[in-house]
Design a protein around this ligand. Structure first.
Ligand SMILES: [Fe+2]
Length: 183
């Protein structure tokens, strides 16, 4: 298994948006959350599946979390930038950080190497457990809320504009995956 410094470098290389987080603590927290999750689960980052139950239903065995997270980050950043340009009061750093860690529970919900569902998936449900590594990495409640509220699999609704942006971006990105099964 890669050591911690290697994991941190891998996370930063895989998600260049990390470097666009202006706040030092948020940037370090995002890298730390991914590093904790990679170290604890043993996943090869590039191999983490997107969401095996839906992939099976939709006949898409090769969907992965990394390109999905990049999609969600890109869509979230674009939406946040458009609104900020129009004078909206929002934190681009929170949007970016939340988008980067929103699906981190996937590493715990599905076990390497085949993506078999774990007790965390079966008993806790996406995305509740994502809050755990994100909190342990020192990320603040506003980011944990993005993680918790982004999925319809909890009854926590987005309470902040940042969480709303990531939730909507995730919905669009997930719909694009589904569209690939309909071609
Ligand atoms: Fe997602």
């Amino acid at each position: 298994m890669a050591d911690e410094a290697d994991s941190k470098m891998l996370v930063r290389e895989t998600f260049p948006a990390v470097e666009r987080i202006a706040d030092d603590d948020l940037r370090a927290g995002v890298v730390e959350a991914w590093t904790i999750a990679l170290t604890e689960t043993g996943w090869d980052l590039a191999e983490v599946p997107w969401f095996p139950p839906l992939q099976e239903e939709w006949g898409l065995p090769n969907e992965r979390t990394v390109p999905h997270v990049r999609d969600v980050v890109a869509a979230s950043e674009a939406l946040a930038a458009a609104m900020a340009e129009r004078g909206a009061q929002l934190s681009t750093d929170l949007v970016r950080s939340g988008a980067l860690v929103h699906d981190i529970s996937k590493l715990y919900e599905f076990a390497p190497p085949d993506g078999e569902a774990t007790a965390i998936h079966d008993l806790l449900g996406h995305p509740n457990y994502g809050v755990v590594p994100a909190a342990r990495a020192g990320l603040p409640p506003a980011v944990l809320h993005v993680v918790l509220a982004h999925s319809q699999r909890t009854d926590v609704e987005p309470q902040t504009v940042e969480a709303e942006i990531v939730t909507r971006a995730d919905r669009v990105a997930a719909r694009l995956i589904r569209a690939r099964s309909e071609r």
